[in-house]
Design a protein around this ligand. Structure first.
Ligand SMILES: Cc1ncc(C[n+]2csc(CCOP(=O)(O)OP(=O)(O)O)c2C)c(N)n1
Ligand SMILES: [Mg+2]
Length: 326
């Protein structure tokens, strides 16, 4: 554990575990409910990647912004979006986070600093630069974070934004979540050159971190975000992790070697490592973590029940939310 994570209070440690556990249970429920045909739309799950979302979002204030990807449930929950409203949104109900009109790939809650999930690979990256530009223009000490994947690291929008962020010295962190694959294409094959060298070529500060280790992510992210706030320059985090489910729900994932996902779960699961480190380090007890798990299970039971029973939008909702009023 580094200096920053060592200064986390017991409440913060329990909160981090709660957020990670909530994401895992949310994703596992959606996986099951999608298989039974209850959920409309296209779903991408982030189970396995929780330590990155939570380790980074815990370093941000509510009014600091993130942008996400097509795999955005974890980022949204980590940033504080309401669990019940998110499940309602997945079920396309009127009480959903976005009125049931966005679904899985368009979660957003500006009141929590969550600008949006995004079906366009790399599409969220320039939007985070926009939030950072606001901070720059108004002279605020607020940072913003763009989450994106290894596939998005090869998108022009991402590369152009790295350049712009350096030119304008935007208070921005590029959080590249490398889960080893962009759809079925291995990251090792698709990324030309060295990941960190590429970002350094744009003049960014860079850090590499094990994305299975919450405390390691928190240590690096808190430093990177503070540097961005203090206008020391934009930063790239290369976060190595793994997604347990397929690229999308329904993907047979035949491009992965047999047993790869099971081995990562067994040896590097972020919740398992968290429990081990936090208990061994004397930060919390097993019983306290068990209690959090039980509360999260009850919350997810209630969220699914609420979503199933909630009302769908009606014809009268068709023309609302079309234009923003200023
Ligand atoms: C601009 C664009 N190109 C292609 C796609 C199709 N597509 C959806 S997800 C994806 C892979 C993205 O991989 P990565 O950035 O590594 O994110 P991950 O799915 O691994 O979280 C692709 C190619 C898209 N949605 N948008
Ligand atoms: Mg990927």
């Amino acid at each position: 554990m580094g200096a920053n994570s060592a200064s986390l209070s017991k409440e913060q440690v329990l909160d981090a575990f709660r957020r990670m556990r909530t994401i895992r249970e949310f994703e596992d429920r959606v996986h099951i409910k999608n298989q039974s045909g209850e959920i409309p739309g296209f779903i991408h799950l982030s189970a396995g990647q929780e330590a990155s979302a939570v380790g980074i979002c815990m370093c941000l204030a509510e009014d600091e912004h993130i942008t996400s990807t097509h795999r955005g449930h974890g980022h949204s929950l980590a940033k504080g979006c309401d669990v019940v409203a998110m499940m309602d949104e997945i079920y396309a109900k009127r009480s959903g986070l976005c009125g049931g009109k966005g679904g899985s790939m368009h979660m957003a809650d500006l009141s929590k600093g969550m600008i949006g999930a995004n079906g366009i690979v790399g599409g969220g990256v320039p939007l985070a630069a926009g939030a950072a530009l606001k901070s720059h223009v108004l002279g605020l000490d607020k940072a913003s974070v763009a989450f994106f994947g290894d596939g998005a690291y090869n998108e022009g929008a991402t590369l152009e934004t790295m350049n712009l962020a350096k030119v304008l010295n935007l208070p921005m962190v590029f959080a590249m979540e490398n889960n080893g694959y962009g759809e079925a294409t291995p990251a090792d094959y698709a990324i030309g050159g060295d990941v960190l060298e590429r970002a350094r070529g744009f003049g960014l500060e860079t850090y590499a971190v094990d994305g299975h280790d919450f405390f390691a992510v928190y240590d690096v992210a808190s430093r990177a975000i503070q540097d961005a706030r203090e206008r020391k320059g934009p930063v790239l985090l290369h976060i190595s992790l793994y997604r347990y489910y397929g690229h999308f729900e329904g993907d047979a994932a035949s491009y992965r070697p047999e047993g790869e996902a099971a081995t990562v779960r067994e040896e590097k699961d972020c919740l398992m490592l968290f429990r081990c480190d936090a208990v061994t380090g004397g930060l919390v007890s097993d019983a306290e973590l068990d209690q959090v798990e039980a509360e999260v299970t009850a919350l997810l039971d209630a969220a699914v029940e609420h979503a199933v029973a909630a009302e769908s939008p009606g014809a009268e909702d068709l023309l609302t939310d079309v234009y923003a009023s200023y």
